[in-house]
Design a protein around this ligand. Structure first.
Ligand SMILES: Nc1nc2c(ncn2[C@@H]2O[C@H](COP(=O)(O)OP(=O)(O)OP(=O)(O)O)[C@@H](O)[C@H]2O)c(=O)[nH]1
Ligand SMILES: [Mg+2]
Length: 1114
């Protein structure tokens, strides 16, 4: 049988009780696709011999080449179990961290999951992540402990050792489950406490039926939700499979065996009774005696010792029929696979567990339905009653005509047009073939007659060619030439009702709100029925679509259907104008949109893309639009500079996106910029050692020169500036923030943002009491933490938290502006939550100081990257000419008016000093603004306003310049973003691995040996900027043993001064006069400067003659 016939599929789809929608989840390379192969082979879609080698679900060429899955794809399989036929809709998902969004799209459509764990590698970061995903979506998992053959063949464990090892792995997995469960239970109890007005007796309620819950939540072989397997060798089993086998052999009750085959039980041979306490009494547990030892002996006989005679015996005793060609095969692994896959077929073991342990679509829990129907911000009860009543449709999963159609589309799948059933070549019948041949011959004869040329060879070739051409439907060849050669198929699931071809349905956008629609309908307003997203106005979120084609997804193929009932996974054609990435489709406008998918990895790697030929620009734009639609995770944007930028989850994802743009979506040649990696700039306390580790006795002198008229360095870190109009003087100091403070600021970024919003709303007169008490408490707590750290950081930080003027950049960043101006008692950032004793007035232009600080922290002097961990202190803020003690507030208006002329003069005198265009208008602009401004307004008013903007602009510029200068007088450093990665490697490759890491400025921070194995678990960090090609390099150097997964961790200072030059004799001796040996910080800095088009100081070739001498001497 080659898969199921459409008729059978259609029949099974109508019985939800016998449907299982499941996905396979795991860390990368743990064997998902290999396992899927075995399941696919059980339906005859691929041959048993090719199972595990073909990786049928990896249909993309690059998936096959790289050996990793990059997208989730579905297939429908049939399974017969105890006289019933089941329909298994299976989704294989990728395990690589870059494609974790594809996992999100898969779990949303399923009720159950098969979580695969490689028993050698154990629980890895993505195992953790997928278990969490399954948990968040309320779907039930079963566990497959895969690659057990590696314990025998590679690690050469004894059965007893392997048993303890498997126990450990199981414990690790259950630990993760336990963690997830506990957090959820605590959150739930907290909500209950809130709902009950703080009734504390509710807190422990969830623990009462803990035992009952545990049985469902944990993976226990005796519960039948764990499968032991080697997908590669084609075998697998669960405890109950062996319980059935041994029940009759040993004469022991099957149920007793199910409970005791796994665990600390042994068989007392004298009494023929099963006893507890195998470990203490030094006995062999049943699992070892009856299962593992048998397996080990099969491997030993067939694979290791290649004992032909004994192999025959095993085959007969197990009652197997192995094909002679398999037994003759020179590779003993093939023989082993032939025997094992017949003895304990993995597909049977897995599918048996799937149908008996995983829920059908009918068993969807109320909790899951409510979660799907409304986001966590909103209560289910707050939805309109018609919407609430839809919950019943989800629960009954009814396909009847009366049930509303509810479909969720989780992604848009690009499918080759050639694969559409309409365009598929079908084998010709004998009569058709004869007719075609006759036609071809006639055509050929005509051709020959006109051309009068040689025939024989041409005839054969052309005949061959034409028969192929004709077999394609003619009308379609035309349409293919016009549009792209792929179509979007919506990857979806029917939750209620039956979807039919030609049916008219609503596509509900993410902002669709049934409550709003209900109000509109009540007031008799018409709901517009747009036919594509483009037609929607900004407050419409519903489009109307007629369903074109429906498909069952069959791995690499599609099976066309007329209708598909509730409870099934399907493909829908014709939604590309209605859906960007995901959507809800329904026959009812009262249907809410499903809650958002949980995405684990945020896109971080950004590159700019441009066509090689400018004429291809339009194709690129269209291509990027298609890419954005097809990929759940990629972000496509156009920067202010006009550059097209894509942001991807990682290097592998980036490569796939670029390939897709070139080959599929835009079909043009493109230039891809090297990845744009963010840096940070900071200052550090003066170093105590020089570059050759000698103590620095005297602080190097900071040049105390006056760079310009308006700027003066008073001492290291302190700068005095005067505005161009010479009215205002400031003293600004830059100091490194204590590390703990910077970290606190970063961790509390959201809180800082909220503080800003509260202050803003207070400004609008809303009052602070409206803010939720929780928020106020956390802000106060944050202040206390800062206070504690500042206290422990030395005298200079005393009371610093009360002097905080602003955070930056963007008012939320990890840099601080402090106010230490004598006599200026300014309100601080905590004002939003503190009861005010008295109203503290802000000086005029206070905001300009903040703006200057924001600009300075947004782009530092090294390479215009944001600052991190820098504190700027305003120590003085005066008027130079305000000697006649006029207070600032009273004085300022007069000053501005009188100032105007002098200011303009100053500017025209020194045009190079004109403030930067991004902050303030220059003199000319103001001039033109004056001319064109409203002629009716009072000239003096105008002048005042102008004066104000001038003064404000000048101040912003001054603050920015002073901050920069103060920053530059301190030891400046570049900071790099660091990835953390977990690598597993054997002892032999450890050295090479450290070598690869070291070359890329990474380092190992922890290495532990896995118990009971030769494998090391290594935690390392590595700069993001050095990470490109790292995985590939690592695989090559360690013969594919170590495969790291990179995740952003933190920022780290590159401890080299980018401007360093040798000064001491030792330094000269060590680094030479030019000090041109690699300065890493300088190298990064120059790279960024070049990319941004900033000036770069680089020596090109010096001492060329020296190189010549070298060659001569050869
Ligand atoms: N020894 C052994 N190797 C296995 C087994 N199962 C899979 N493999 C090998 O592990 C590698 C990865 O297998 P895949 O099935 O592609 O793994 P995957 O989980 O689908 O990987 P991604 O989709 O990239 O996350 C392949 O080389 C397989 O041959 C097994 O049971 N034993
Ligand atoms: Mg795979």
């Amino acid at each position: 049988m080659r898969g199921a016939t459409p008729e059978l599929l259609s029949l099974l789809q109508r019985n939800p009780a016998n449907i299982r929608n499941i996905c396979i989840l795991a860390h990368v390379d743990h064997g998902k696709t290999t396992l899927a192969d075995a399941l696919v082979a059980s339906n005859g879609i691929i041959s048993q011999r090719m199972a595990g080698k073909l990786r049928y679900m990896d249909s993309r060429e690059d998936e096959q080449i790289r050996g990793i899955t990059m997208k989730s794809s579905a297939i429908s399989l049939i399974y017969n179990y105890s006289k019933d036929e089941y329909l298994i809709n299976l989704i294989d998902s990728p395990g690589h961290v870059d494609f974790s969004s594809e996992v999100s799209t898969a779990v949303r459509l399923c009720e159950g999951a098969i979580v695969v764990v490689d028993v050698v590698e154990g629980v890895c970061p993505q195992t953790h992540a997928v278990l969490r995903q399954a948990f968040l979506e309320n779907i039930k998992p079963v566990l497959v402990l895969n690659k057990i053959d590696r314990l025998i063949v590679e690690l050469k464990m004894e059965p007893m050792e392997a048993f303890y090892h498997l126990q450990q792995i199981l414990e690790q997995v259950n630990l993760v489950t336990n963690e997830l469960f506990t957090v959820e239970a605590m959150e739930k109890s907290a909500v209950e406490v809130d709902d009950n007005g703080g009734n504390m007796s509710q807190i422990h309620e969830w623990t009462t039926d803990e035992d009952e819950e545990n049985r469902n939540i944990y993976f226990c072989p005796d519960q039948g939700n764990v499968i032991f397997s080697s997908a590669y060798d084609g075998w697998g089993f669960s405890i109950s499979d062996f319980a059935v086998l041994y029940a009759s052999k040993l004469g022991i009750n099957q149920e007793v065996l199910k409970r005791t085959l796994w665990g600390d039980f042994y068989l007392n041979t004298k009494t023929k009774r099963i006893m507890k306490g195998a470990q203490i009494k030094g006995k062999k547990p049943l699992f070892v005696q009856f299962i593992l030892e048998n397996l080990w002996s099969v491997y030993d006989t067939i694979y290791v010792r290649r004992d032909k005679e004994k192999t025959e015996k095993i085959i007969t005793s197990l009652g197997l029929k192995i094909l002679p060609r398999d037994m003759r095969h020179s590779d003993s692994r093939v023989q082993l696979q032939a025997v094992c896959s017949q003895w304990l077929p993995v597909s049977d073991a897995v599918l048996r567990v799937v149908v008996s342990k995983l829920p059908s679509p009918l068993a969807m829990s109320e909790e899951r339905v409510e979660k799907l129907m409304c986001s966590h911000m909103r209560k289910f009860e707050s939805l309109p009653s018609e919407t609430q009543s839809l919950k019943q449709s989800f629960l009954t999963c009814s396909a009847s005509e009366e049930s509303p159609v509810i479909v969720f589309v989780s992604k848009m799948l690009p499918v080759d047009k050639k694969l559409l059933p309409q365009n598929k070549q079908r084998p010709l019948t004998a009569a058709e073939a004869a007719e075609r041949r006759r036609k071809a011959r006639e055509k050929m004869a005509e051709k020959l007659a006109t051309q009068n040329k040689e025939q024989t060879t041409t005839e054969a070739n052309t005949l061959h060619g034409e028969s192929y051409e004709i077999s394609l439907p003619e009308n379609d060849t035309d349409s293919e030439e016009k549009g792209p050669d792929f179509v979007f198929i919506a990857f979806a699931r029917v939750f209620s009702g039956t979807v039919r071809k030609g049916q008219k349905l609503y596509v509900l956008g993410p902002k669709h709100d049934p409550a709003l629609i209900s109000r509109k309908l009540q007031s008799g307003e018409e709901i517009k029925e747009a036919t594509s997203i483009q037609e929607l106005s900004h407050d419409d979120h519903v489009t109307c679509v007629t369903i074109k084609d429906l498909f069952v997804l069959m791995g690499r193929e599609l099976e066309e259907m007329d209708h598909i009932p509730a409870g099934n996974i399907l493909g829908i054609r014709g939604l590309e104008d209605h859906i960007l990435k995901s959507a809800t489709v329904s026959s009812s406008l009262m249907c809410p949109t499903f809650c958002d998918l949980y995405f684990d990895a945020a896109p971080i790697v950004r590159v700019a893309i441009e066509p090689i030929h400018t004429r291809d620009m339009q194709n690129l734009v269209t291509g990027l639009k298609l890419l954005n639609q097809a990929d759940p995770c990629v972000q496509v944007l156009v920067q202010e500079t006009g550059e097209h930028v894509i942001i991807t989850a990682g290097e592998v994802h980036l490569q796939r996106c670029v390939e897709d743009i070139k080959e599929r979506y835009a079909k043009i040649d493109i230039n891809v910029s090297s990845p744009i990696v963010p840096f940070r700039e900071t200052i550090v306390p003066p170093p105590k050692l020089d570059m050759v580790n000698e103590a620095i006795s005297d602080r190097r002198q900071v040049l105390n020169k006056k760079d310009s008229e308006d700027e003066e360095v008073i001492e290291v870190g302190l700068v005095e500036v005067t505005t161009i109009n010479r009215r205002c003087t400031l003293r600004i100091r830059a100091v490194p923030l204590p590390d703990d403070i910077t970290r606190l600021l970063e961790e509390n970024q959201n809180l800082i943002k909220t503080m800003g919003q509260i202050s803003k709303s207070q400004g609008k007169g809303k009052g602070w009491l409206e803010v939720h008490q929780n928020v106020i408490d956390s802000i106060r707590e944050f202040k206390c933490q800062l206070n504690k750290v500042f206290k422990g950081s030395g005298k200079m930080w005393r009371d610093a938290e009360n002097q905080m003027w602003s955070f930056g950049p963007k008012r939320v960043g990890p840099n601080v502006l402090l106010n230490r101006v004598k006599g200026y008692d300014r309100a601080n950032v905590w004002d939003c939550v503190e009861t005010k004793q008295q109203e503290l007035k802000l000086r005029q232009y206070d905001n300009s100081i903040i703006s200057g600080f924001q600009i300075a922290t947004l782009a530092g002097p090294l390479c215009e990257e944001p600052l991190r961990g820098v504190c700027f202190i305003i120590e003085e803020w005066d008027y130079i000419r305000s000697s006649n003690s006029i207070s600032y507030d009273e004085d300022v208006q007069k000053l501005e008016v009188t100032d105007l002329n002098s200011c303009d003069n100053t500017m025209s005198e020194s045009p190079s000093d004109v403030v930067s265009s991004e902050t303030v208008q220059d003199g000319d602009d103001t001039e033109s603004e004056t001319k064109s401004s409203d002629s009716e307004s009072e000239p003096s008013e105008q002048r005042q306003r102008m004066g104000h903007s001038h003064m404000s602009g000048q101040l912003i510029y001054c603050v920015k310049a002073a901050c920069r200068k103060a920053f530059q007088t301190q030891p400046q450093r570049l900071m790099v973003a660091m990835y953390k990665c977990n690598i597993q490697a054997t002892a032999e490759v450890l050295g090479k691995l450290c070598g690869v890491l070291g070359k890329r400025y990474g380092r190992v921070i922890e290495d532990t040996m896995k118990e009971g194995s030769q494998i090391f678990n290594i935690k390392a960090v590595l700069p993001v900027v050095e990470s490109f090609g790292f995985t590939e390099d690592m695989r090559k150097k360690t013969s594919g043993l170590a495969s790291p997964q990179l995740v952003f961790s933190h920022w780290e200072v590159v401890d080299v001064d980018p401007f360093w030059v040798p000064t001491t004799e030792e330094e000269y001796a060590h680094f030479g006069e030019k000090a041109d040996s690699d300065n890493r910080a300088l190298h990064y800095m120059n790279q960024v400067r070049k990319r941004k088009g900033l000036k770069v100081d680089e020596k090109i070739v010096e001492h060329a003659e020296k190189q010549r001498t070298l060659t001569k001497m050869k």
